[in-house]
Design a protein around this ligand. Structure first.
Ligand code: BGC
Length: 265
């Protein structure tokens, strides 16, 4: 009888790093970088180009290709977008050019990237995946909800690391208005509200979410999470709220995770 063949494992130190590429498409910038999936860290600096205006699909895809070319990256690319992506098609465009609605985003990005493999997902979903795996949600069992407070409110729900994509809770009606029309960071800036006034609205929104989803933890992302010490202590909802820790890399890291997992929403 022949002995079964065995595989020899190499030392961790000899193994090439597990790298993937992510691009985060936002309202003002298209940011990308190479991600070390063993740690969730970027390898070197991220690179950013300004989001073209109008931010039409072709113009944005050109920007994504420019970011990828900057790194001379030739492999698969993960890409985030600020809308719902199902069956490879962008379905909504609350805060981006309406021309995105109905766009086949796999054809679009693959076409601008020499036919290579891409993975395209919602921006908050990508940030949630990254924070859950490497950031503020690491090691937390059960349901974790990430919310990004920016131009809109993005949401991601993960249960033990498994994403429920496209939850879009920023559009849930809370009181008289959609959540993002009263508690996004843009609304605070436009109305000139103090953190006290704004957190009253955020608390109402979080209280609504926790009554429906009962998460173990809320993670607050978006630019305003850099000032977390000024407003998180003012919140009055029940579930603990912690700031995101990956901050401006979460979308890039989540996009890289998505493409490495072959995720398609
Ligand atoms: C969009 C979401 C997006 C969020 C943050 C919302 O207006 O509907 O898809 O995740 O903004 O960009």
């Amino acid at each position: 009888m022949t002995a079964p063949s065995t595989t020899t494992s190499t030392d961790d130190a000899d193994r090439p790093a597990d790298l993937a590429f992510g691009v985060d498409v936002g309202g003002s910038g298209i940011k990308g970088g190479i991600v070390d999936l063993a740690t969730g860290d970027l390898v070197g600096e991220r690179f950013k180009v300004l989001t073209p205006q109008p931010a039409t699909p072709d113009a944005v895809a050109d920007g994504v290709a420019e970011v990828v070319a900057h790194f001379e990256w030739t492999g698969p690319v993960g890409i985030t977008l600020p809308g719902v992506v199902t069956d490879g098609v962008m379905r909504t465009a609350a805060n981006i050019d309406k021309a995105w609605i109905g766009t086949d985003v796999y054809d679009l990005f693959s076409g601008h990237l020499g036919g290579r493999t891409v993975s395209v997902l919602n921006d908050a979903d990508a940030a949630g995946m990254a924070e859950d795996a490497y950031g503020a949600g690491k090691g937390v069992d059960g349901v974790v909800m990430l919310l990004t407070f920016g131009t809109g409110i993005g949401s991601a729900i993960l249960n033990n690391g498994n994403l429920v994509p496209n939850t879009e809770l920023g559009h849930l009606q809370v009181g008289k208005k959609e959540a993002e029309h009263q508690a996004s960071s843009r609304v605070r800036e436009e109305k000139g509200w103090t953190y006290e006034k704004w957190t009253e609205k955020v608390s109402e929104v979080l209280a609504t979410y926790e009554a429906l989803f009962w998460p173990k933890l809320f993670i607050a992302g978006g630019g305003i999470s850099r000032k977390a010490d000024k407003w998180i202590p003012l919140l009055t909802n029940k579930t603990p709220v912690v700031p995101a820790t990956l901050l401006n890399t979460a979308g890039i890291v989540g996009a890289a995770m998505a493409v490495s997992q072959g995720l398609k929403t």
